[in-house]
Design a protein around this ligand. Structure first.
Ligand SMILES: *Cc1c(COP(=O)(O)O)cnc(C)c1O
Length: 498
């Protein structure tokens, strides 16, 4: 069955997958969604015996139907190889009465690698299929992890350039260092004086500038996106939920058909939406538990039916979730509006005008699969500390948000369904906050790199390659811009102005 894509705002339909991957965002400002969600239709027992790569093929081929089997297998095998520090790619680790799906074994030690190690292959394949001769310019706003993972994926990929914007004071020291030391002749990093939402809004604005698009085309460039609004990021993410289920089957923890719950530490709503898509494909998922940090817009949304970003932006110890406008929620809104693009557009227009919208009672009824809650900074620290002292397992701050919210969920509901928690980053990426939670008096006074060695001793986990690299790598990127100067920065990088 062929799957075509359309915009959540109604401006486009009948778009083949490779086109949607290339474009990133639809021309009307909406997001591409499959016209129909495909079914997996592989017996669950069979999945249990598959490698990560074979299983990813089964899932992704259902969505990316205009890629040939050879093309897609090439993309998958090039992405999920020895770049990952375990052949399992996404191992499951049992702790604290749940299963942690470790999605941080790729090059930049955050779950973004799961999608961004394959996106460059999907995109260059798509360019070839669609006879694109322009150079593809990837524009990306990052709350810390996407930028590095996208650059690692696109560095020195022929026919592409990548420009990353990050909030100057809104990322962890390790995250910033990882970005400014990025190698590759086609990589550019711009720190902006603003927060992540400013960066994301700025990028969307540049995408929406038709005049600029023309100017770029004449100069032989075209934009695309590596943000989770790109369908080419969402689809690879659905695969690891199926893999988690298959791993539980293989380990004999569940029987085929048993439901599992999934907890996802959420920011832009991409990761949890992938789990929702996996459920729609037929994977037996019960509850989708959406975990927020103190920027709890989504919790309030699930509780009240009103999405309201008009509030203080809080900088937390889980910076990759410091987001007030969760872009991918638009795809869920579209689904619960019964695929009504006009209604979706009306709500999204209200969001961009007044920063808020309210869904109808009928739409709220469609949200029964979801449970939302949040964790305060104190609860996050207490969770890291408790699980370390009880189980010897060290969580990063984002995963700890999820674990804390899972605790609230079981207490509230008594639901004991086997549960997979998406573990989205290595604790090494947030060493300072993690060690602070474990023993502040001992670790707070240490220098950044001293802390890395301390964390190795505490966790018993070898220092990842990604961290070893930045100990000595020279800083290559120094650009800082105002929020209003993002477009000018892009033009300068592309040599359109001097
Ligand atoms: C990006 C990120 C998240 C949030 O994921 P979304 O798909 O944006 O909801 C959570 N944790 C970490 C470590 C991340 O990098």
């Amino acid at each position: 069955m062929q799957i075509l894509y359309k915009s959540t705002r109604g401006g486009e339909s009948g778009v083949p997958a490779s086109r949607a991957v290339l474009n990133g965002l639809s021309g009307d400002g909406g997001l591409y969604v499959p016209e129909e969600l495909p079914k997996l239709e592989v017996p669950l027992e069979r999945l249990a015996g598959m490698s990560y790569q074979d299983l990813a093929y089964e899932v992704m081929s259902r969505f990316l139907t205009d890629y040939t089997e050879e093309e897609l297998r090439h993309c998958i095998n090039s992405a999920y190889d020895a770049k990952f520090d375990t052949p399992e790619i996404a191992p499951l680790r049992q702790a604290d009465g749940a299963y942690f799906l470790e999605l941080f074994h790729g090059k930049t030690i955050a779950f973004k690698d799961m999608a961004l190690s394959i996106l460059p292959y999907l995109m260059t394949t798509a360019a070839r299929k669609n006879h694109i001769t322009n150079e593809i310019v990837i524009l990306t706003a990052t709350s810390g992890d996407t930028g590095k993972a996208a650059m690692a994926g696109f560095a020195d990929v022929p026919g592409t350039r990548i420009i990353v914007f990050y909030p100057k004071d809104g990322v962890s020291p390790v995250q910033e260092r990882q970005m400014v030391t990025q190698k590759g002749e086609n990589t550019y990093v711009v720190a902006i004086r603003g927060n992540f939402d400013d960066a994301q809004t700025g990028v969307k604005k540049i995408f929406g500038n038709k005049l600029l698009e023309k100017e770029l085309d004449q100069a032989g460039f075209q934009f695309s996106s590596a943000n989770s609004i790109n369908i080419g990021r969402l689809v690879p993410q659905a695969a690891y939920y199926v893999y988690a289920y298959a791993s539980l089957l293989r380990k004999g923890e569940i029987r085929p058909g048993d439901p599992i719950n999934v907890v996802v530490p959420t920011g832009n709503f991409g990761n949890i939406l992938a789990a929702y898509y996996a459920k729609q494909m037929g994977l037996p998922i019960g509850k989708l538990i959406c975990a927020s940090n103190e920027n709890k817009v989504l919790y309030d949304f699930f509780a009240t039916g009103t999405y309201d970003k008009n509030r203080e932006f809080i900088l937390t110890s889980s910076p990759s979730m410091d987001i007030l406008v969760s872009s991918n929620l638009e795809r869920l809104i579209y689904r619960i509006a019964g695929g009504n693009a006009d209604e979706t557009k009306t709500l999204m227009d209200a969001l961009s005008r007044g920063g808020k919208y309210e869904i109808t009672p009928e739409m709220r009824d469609q949200l029964a699969d979801f449970y939302g809650n949040y964790a305060s900074e104190d609860e996050v620290a207490a969770t890291i500390s408790r699980i370390y002292w009880e189980d010897g397992y060290v969580l990063d701050t984002h995963t700890a948000v999820a674990a804390a919210v899972y605790g609230k969920y079981t207490e509230e509901t008594g639901d004991r369904t086997k549960t997979v928690i998406a573990s989205t980053a290595s604790p090494y990426k947030f060493a300072r906050s993690v060690l602070h939670a474990i023993d502040r008096e001992k670790y707070d006074p240490m220098q950044d790199m001293e802390q890395i060695d301390a964390l190795a001793a505490v966790s018993g986990v070898k220092v990842p390659e990604a961290i070893e690299e930045i100990r000595t790598a020279p800083v290559r990127h120094h650009t800082v811009a105002e929020v209003g100067g993002m477009e000018a920065a892009v033009k300068k990088i592309l040599g359109l102005t001097d």
